[in-house]
Design a protein around this ligand. Sequence first.
Ligand SMILES: [Zn+2]
Length: 275
Amino acid sequence: MKLCTPLTILVSLPSLLGAHANDLAAQTQPATRHLTDLNWMEVREWVPARTTTVLLPVGTLEAHGVVPNGADILVPDSLALRMAAELDVLVAPTINYGVNTGLDEFPGTFGVSESLLRETAEAVMRGLDRSGFRNIIVLNGHGPNFGPLNDAAREVFRDTDARILVINWWSVTPDITEEVYGTQGGHAGNNETAAILALRPDLVHEDRYEGPSQATAFATGWQAWPFPSSIGLYAPGEGLPDFDLEKAERYFARVVTRMSEISRDVIEKWDRAGL
Ligand SMILES: [Zn+2]
């Protein structure tokens, strides 16, 4: 029988005790990155030892042509999950209701006021700060949310240690849309349809697409209330939905990479500047 030296006992006892402990910090691939799925002890092990960065998706319910009304929720949700793996960070629960504007008459389209989104986002950011996160990356899926989210971020960064980045995924990727589709994008156009195709092809109803008559270009000089089409083009004749799955997957993979690059770059610059 092999004798146990004191050193062996010191080494082996913690590993025996730890056999039932879920030590996330020691794992390279965690079972989950969602704050909703972690218990408080796991959060304590993760933050700040393993990461001080959290992703916060924000969306709304709004008509989107032949893709789901929840497109602006599904896209930042999925971006968060994919970016979390690339950046080795955690994901906060999504804020699902945002600020809607000209499509409110379309069935199943509704949101909340600007002030309510701002207050909600501010409360969530403050909660994430109190939970030990230093960097809050807001992944916005819907244009009119941008103002209230930045208003909230400005309030929170001034009187906490939090550093906050708010990104509109479609605004930082027009060159990728141009490269993959050869045109600009649109609301529920090629870019958003591609994102949903890459994530949930079962929710994209190409059979309901009737062609350019279902779309209207966003024009300068007039604004219609309600806007007459849920597919809105950034430029006339450009950005219509495209249903090529291979292009969609290639497009969305590059969007994920771009979003991660921006996040990493801003965090590095915050660190370098000692902010
Ligand atoms: Zn959208």
